[in-house]
Design a protein around this ligand. Structure first.
Ligand code: 5GP
Ligand code: ZN
Length: 112
């Protein structure tokens, strides 16, 4: 695992800082956002440190596909079965704060 020592999400992957984890498999973990902006606000991240969507290439196709397939499953299991928004902030102009690729899942009644 090419973990970045200064990356907060790599630290969550490695259990060095706590998170309200809701899912884990060999490639991903998912947890609640620390500052939820909707009644359900989840983050899905690959365990692999990829800085952003601007840093993916064809070798990541399968990983990216699996990450999206997880979204509706985790949404349904965590209170957003009736629909949700997905968001991938990318780069400075895209409002990205944490430079480890992640998908936001925003759901619940107040998410519109
Ligand atoms: P983005 O990079 O897409 O703009 O947003 C990063 C998201 O990560 C923010 O919604 C922020 O609240 C969340 N976040 C930042 N640090 C932590 C943390 O240590 N734990 C958790 N659970 N979420 C975090
Ligand atoms: Zn990382």
């Amino acid at each position: 695992m090419s973990a970045d020592q200064n990356c907060i999400f790599c630290k969550i992957v490695q259990g060095q800082i706590p998170a309200k984890k809701i899912y884990e498999d060999e490639d991903f973990i998912a947890f609640h956002d620390i500052h939820p902006r909707a009644p359900v606000h989840l983050l899905i991240i690959p365990k692999l440190h990829i800085e952003s969507l601007q840093h993916v290439d064809a070798s990541h196709r399968e990983l990216l596909g699996k990450m999206l397939v997880l979204a509706p499953k985790l949404a349904a299991e965590n209170g957003a079965a009736d629909g949700f928004k997905t968001l991938i902030n990318t780069g400075p102009a895209g409002g990205q704060e944490v430079y480890h690729l992640h998908v936001h899942i925003l759901g619940g009644k107040a998410s519109a």
